[in-house]
Design a protein around this ligand. Structure first.
Ligand SMILES: NC(=O)c1ccc[n+]([C@@H]2O[C@H](COP(=O)([O-])OP(=O)(O)OC[C@H]3O[C@@H](n4cnc5c(N)ncnc54)[C@H](O)[C@@H]3O)[C@@H](O)[C@H]2O)c1
Length: 310
């Protein structure tokens, strides 16, 4: 049986996800968005790319959840971008409402699906989907670490003029500016980064990675990154649907791992057919532990804002 994948939110990230899913023939794709006609038009356009690219999957667009029924996996990219005059908290509550509504509908139509969250603020939106769906934590997974570590790897490869394929980066924590790159464990073909790049340069690369999203927003002005984010989400989907059991940095609900409980935080996770199949606990030094706890605390602050307004 071919897999069925729904992508909720047919904007930049969602549409790009749908294309990547089709290119990899991971399953039939339903692109769902509230804007009438847009998901249908984009889906038809993507379907017509099939004969050229040589993929053979069904791609349909929808404005309701009926066509998404019994999806194996749902990628949630629906959300609003910050508008002028809107505070971070306003955006948080607006996207909370979106993710809550989306999750309620997804649960009703696809009760066995695995959820991959993309909407920002990522870790708080994962918490929302987990709360609303009441799915086990293995089936609610957030995409952030794959993107953050891809950015880190890109900058390291550029600096050293080596293949990105040689660069392994370990990134923990919340998405974006609270991420915790574990430089000590990152390497190039097994050679520790600290032996290859001097500290000030490394600090600058870490800083650029933390602000990787903002750097792109500054160029684009009217939107945010979507090529790398969608590729990152699709790498996670592929590992799940093909049961590849890749170990990837993902946001998962921690229940005491790393001394953290009750929030979504990025940690290394084995992704297979059952979703988040295993969480790896790395032995961290005191500084790394403190940075991870600080990151978890900032995620908790957002969750507290949601809870205070619910
Ligand atoms: N986790 C990450 O690393 C990461 C990376 C990039 C973007 N993002 C986030 O992903 C989200 C999407 O980004 P984008 O660039 O595609 O934005 P976008 O504005 O291009 O697309 C968002 C889409 O969501 C749709 N939408 C809004 N409410 C909806 C609802 N209730 N049901 C279905 N669809 C709905 C909108 O109509 C729009 O088409 C944003 O929250 C962004 O911040 C996260």
């Amino acid at each position: 049986m071919r897999k069925k994948i729904t992508v909720v939110g047919g904007g930049n990230v969602g549409a790009s996800c749908a294309v990547n899913l089709a290119l990899k023939e991971l399953g039939d794709v339903v692109l769902m968005d509230v804007i009438e006609g847009v998901p249908q038009g984009k889906a038809l356009d993507m379907l017509q790319m099939g004969p050229i690219e040589g993929y053979d999957v069904r791609i349909t667009g929808a404005n309701d959840y009926q066509p998404t029924a019994n999806s194996d996996l749902v990628v949630i990219t629906a959300g609003l971008a910050r508008k002028p005059g809107m505070s971070r908290d306003d955006l948080l509550i607006a996207n909370y409402q979106v993710v809550k509504t989306v999750t309620e509908n997804v649960v009703q139509h696809s009760p066995d699906a695995i959820l991959v969250l993309v909407t920002n603020p990522l870790d708080a939106m994962c918490w929302t989907a987990h709360q609303v769906s009441k799915f086990p934590r293995s089936r609610v997974i957030g995409m952030a670490g794959v993107l953050d570590s891809a950015r880190f790897r890109t900058f390291i490869a550029e600096e050293l003029k080596v293949s990105v394929e040689n660069v392994t980066a370990v990134v923990l924590g919340g998405h974006g500016d609270t991420m915790v790159p574990v430089v000590r464990l990152s390497n190039v073909a097994g050679i520790p980064l600290t032996e290859l790049i001097e500290k000030t340069k490394l600090d600058a690369i870490v800083d650029r990675t933390r602000n990787g999203g903002a750097e792109i927003v500054k160029y684009l002005k009217t939107g945010s990154a979507y090529y790398a984010p969608s590729a990152a989400a699709v790498e996670m989907v592929e590992s799940i649907l093909k049961d590849k059991k890749k170990v990837l940095p993902c946001a998962v609900y921690l229940e005491g791992e790393y001394g953290i409980r009750g929030v979504f935080v990025g940690v290394p996770v084995k992704l297979g057919a059952a979703g988040a199949e295993q969480i790896y606990e790395i032995q961290l030094n005191d500084d790394e532990k403190a940075a991870l706890h600080k990151s978890a605390a900032s995620v908790k602050e957002l969750v507290d804002v949601i809870q205070s307004k619910m």
